[in-house]
Design a protein around this ligand. Structure first.
Ligand code: SF4
Ligand code: SF4
Length: 62
């Protein structure tokens, strides 16, 4: 498994701040029905930037 940002689906509110913060293209996908995001872990570089902007502490690198 890749070292990657992981989304806690119980905490995510779908604000999309993480998508704005991520320097890599197409890592996050917004799921409008569920109002949350998912991470393409093969694209994530595990830089940790998104974890610093999430207002719900829903992102962890693991
Ligand atoms: S850890 Fe970095 S590369 Fe990975 S999703 Fe977060 S901001 Fe993007
Ligand atoms: S910043 Fe946090 S709460 Fe907002 S969409 Fe991303 S993971 Fe969800």
């Amino acid at each position: 498994m890749y070292l990657s940002a992981r989304v806690d689906k119980e905490k995510c509110i779908g604000c999309r701040l993480c998508i704005t913060s991520c320097p890599e293209p197409n890592v996050f996908k917004f799921l409008p029905e569920e109002k949350l995001v998912e991470v393409n872990d093969s694209r994530c570089k595990a830089c940790g930037l998104c974890t610093t902007v999430c207002p719900k502490d829903a992102l962890k690198i693991s």
